[in-house]
Design a protein around this ligand. Structure first.
Ligand code: DGP
Ligand code: NA
Ligand code: NA
Length: 210
């Protein structure tokens, strides 16, 4: 490869772990140090598929569970050409949730195996680094009440956390588990430092596939 590519860096974790704040701060800091970086998030509610997902999460519509899973996955696939183009242009993408949320949230529902859930994301661009923001249910509860969206109950979030615990055992993924009970600034400086290392490391490597 003649040019340096950007890194694909994902932040995952249960709801209220601080993913969105950390994604925003990371993009700001990288840009201030002269690097090309941009945030994207899944679900991307701005597309047609995203609007269907948004109505479902808002409980304005009910959809069959396999169908919803495949829609979330399709919502990632429709962004793949953009993701590849930006990475090849040298832009580092900081991603708020990815296929791991897809697998953890659906497999937390009765009757879904991790295996089935993983299938529809096979072949997506593989993240160079995935942060998992770890937050115990007690600390999460102290961050305030859940909202009214689907999935925002402590029982479901506990089940999601258990599914993530399984996913963290996958040695083919470059996971960095981070203690999300730290201050925003401490969390940020760790995330920044790991991210800068991986950006340097992968700049001349091909983009992998899940
Ligand atoms: P957010 O916009 O990050 O708050 O995410 C919205 C909700 O959707 C959140 O509860 C997590 C859930 N979610 C994110 N990605 C997926 C997915 O791929 N599949 C399923 N079933 N749920 C997801
Ligand atoms: Na949410
Ligand atoms: Na690993």
């Amino acid at each position: 490869m003649a040019c340096r590519r950007g890194a694909l860096i994902v932040l995952e974790g249960v709801d209220r772990a601080g993913k969105t704040t950390q994604c925003q701060k990371l993009v700001q800091t990288l840009r201030m140090s002269g690097k090309s970086a941009e945030m994207i998030r899944f679900p991307d509610r701005s597309t047609e598929i995203g609007e269907v997902i948004n109505a479902y999460l808002d409980k304005k519509s009910d959809l069959e569970d396999h169908t919803v899973h495949l829609l979330f996955s399709a919502n990632r696939w429709e962004k793949v050409p953009y993701i590849r183009r930006r990475l090849e242009q040298g832009v580092t993408l900081i991603v708020d949730r990815y296929a791991f949320s897809g697998v953890a949230f659906t497999s937390a529902k009765p009757g879904f195996s991790l295996e089935w859930c993983k299938n529809s994301d096979i072949g997506l661009p593989k993240p160079d680094l995935v942060f998992f923001l770890q937050l115990d249910p007690f600390s999460a509860a102290q961050r305030g009440e859940f909202g009214a969206e689907r999935y925002e109950t402590s029982d479901f979030q506990t089940a999601v956390q258990q599914r993530f615990d399984h996913l963290l055992l996958d040695a083919s993924i470059n996971w960095k588990v981070i203690d999300a009970s730290q201050s925003i600034e401490d969390l940020h400086s760790q995330i920044r430092s790991y991210s800068e290392d991986v950006m340097e490391l992968v700049a001349r490597q091909p983009i992998g596939e899940l």
